[in-house]
Design a protein. Sequence first.
Length: 186
Amino acid sequence: MSFHPFTLSPFYLDYDIINTMKHKRDKKNPIIKFLRYLKLKILRISGEPSRIALSFAVGAFIGVMPTFGIASFLSIAVAAGFKLNIIATVLGSWVSNPWTAPFFYASGYKIGEIIINKFPFLIFHFHFIHKGTKLFKLVVSGQKLILGGIIISVAISILCYYFVLETIKIHRYEKKLRRKKRQNSK
């Protein structure tokens, strides 16, 4: 393993950790295949690393929010509106998938429930919905899910931003070293 100038970063993680698992059974594992595919797609995007990481983080924010299946479409619209990298944004929205969505939604609801129970003034009241009705309880539950979803989304998108940024920087640095080494050997 070569020295990386980025290893001093608290967010340094061996970006090649996915490729270290090269057993025959892992080739059939859909999660490992998906992670390899995602990693390759992100590393092959051209552009500024910070811009790619920002696009991915925005996509992750949209994907983790309780958007219930329309995250990819929303991320395309947001990327086009803010002139972000569409591919990175859509890839970021895939952070939430059938395996991770139940965790994000359940933890988001629980966090929202804790916050709204502690600060009940955060509940947005509709004058035409009376307290105690099933519709009122549904609206409050939706507010808990959205509030907790925002908090989880912000945390996940910040982590994704730094992880993708460092991964791209390390990859490009190693690619530059390999290119230099090849040129020197000729």
